[in-house]
Ligand binder design. Structure first.
Ligand code: NAP
Length: 306
């Protein structure tokens, strides 16, 4: 039987509505939240993400601006800008768009962001608080996954959860959030032995490996909830035909754009085994920006004592 499809758009819309209400409350007090985004270099994907974030801020009434810096920006210049934004009392949130162009190291500059303005939740102070079970700013994508699971009525307490991926931005915070919700959590990565067997024990499987269709039906326990965080560009027509047999929309997209976006899960096969599953695109994606909006409002409320 085919799985229930978990779409993120409706959940994201509800979060945005909630945030817009909170922004209106702050604005009435003369405290409209303000987010400053830093983009170094001209990576087209980063530029597109930054554009979407600015638009989303505008839609809910958050003030936002983007600092576009050239790829050859020096470390002193970047740290100087972060320092100025940290010191500006009117700035609530600072978002450093990753990855940074070489030789700049993302970690070094994330560490410079004032933890009270760290709306991506990547500063060591916020990472530590999350792992102690007293989160302030939670990385946006895993926070969105939890919202999606809650909205779908998935019971996490006592369940077996497997997180595929151990990045700072998705895998590790995802595992911490599931653990805080009393799931029994296993984290897999590129050195995990017997990946399919480990994954197939999961009641809730979160895939965040960045490998197109790595998770097949063999990785999925019958009836499991499968959350696909991965976003991978696939340009190979033979692979697209194998992953989406008889799907003219995908073929048309491939022909038009030269690629199609594929998750880490072989959706066509996994949905026949899973109980519920997120599509790509349209599953987790819309929730990430909603999480950023929520974190920006949280920062404004905390900093301004509301
Ligand atoms: P990342 O930093 O590259 O981390 C990938 C993780 O997956 C690593 O821990 C890696 O293991 C593991 N991995 C890679 N290949 C594997 C394999 N064959 N078997 C088992 N584990 C494997 O990626 P990320 O930033 O976490 O992102 C993951 C995916 O989510 C990407 O596709 C990204 O585009 C997507 N994403 C989507 C959103 C959204 O809004 N939807 C937001 C963020 C990220 P090691 O640690 O051993 O290297």
């Amino acid at each position: 039987m085919s799985a229930r499809i978990l779409e993120g758009a409706a959940v994201a819309a509800a979060i945005r509505e909630r945030v817009a209400g909170q922004v209106r409350e702050l604005s009435a007090l003369g405290m409209t939240p303000r987010l400053e985004v830093i983009l170094v270099g001209d990576d087209p994907a980063s530029r597109s993400y930054v554009g979407s974030k600015g638009k989303a801020c505008q839609q809910v009434g958050i003030r936002s601006a983007t600092h576009f810096l050239p790829a050859e920006t020096g470390a002193d210049e970047l740290s100087g800008l972060i320092g100025r934004l940290n010191a500006d009392p009117d700035v609530d949130g600072i978002l450093l768009q990753l990855p940074l162009p070489k030789p700049l190291d993302g970690r070094t500059f994330l560490d410079l962001v004032d933890p009270s303005k760290d709306v991506d939740g990547l500063h060591p102070v916020n990472v530590g608080l999350l792992h102690q079970g007293r989160p302030v700013f939670v990385p946006c994508t895993p926070a969105g996954v939890i919202e999606l699971l809650d909205s779908a009525g998935v019971a996490l307490q006592g369940c077996r959860a497997v997180v595929l991926g151990r990045s700072e931005i998705v895998g590790k915070p995802m595992a911490a959030l599931l653990l805080a919700r009393h799931a029994t959590v296993t984290v897999c990565h590129s050195r995990t032995r017997g990946l399919a067997a480990v994954c197939s024990e999961a009641d809730v499987l979160v895939a965040a490996a960045g490998k197109a269709a790595l998770v097949t039906a063999d990785h999925v326990k019958p009836g499991a909830v499968v959350i696909d965080v991965g976003v991978n560009r696939v340009e190979d027509p033979a692979l697209v035909a194998r992953l989406y047999p008889g799907d003219p929309e995908r073929q048309a997209q491939l022909a038009k754009r030269g690629y199609t976006l594929v998750g880490d899960v072989d959706f066509t096969r996994a949905r026949e085994v899973a109980g519920a599953i997120t599509p790509v695109p349209g599953g987790v994606g819309p929730l990430t920006i909603a999480g950023l909006l929520q974190n920006t409002v949280t920062a404004a409320r905390r900093r301004r004592g509301v």
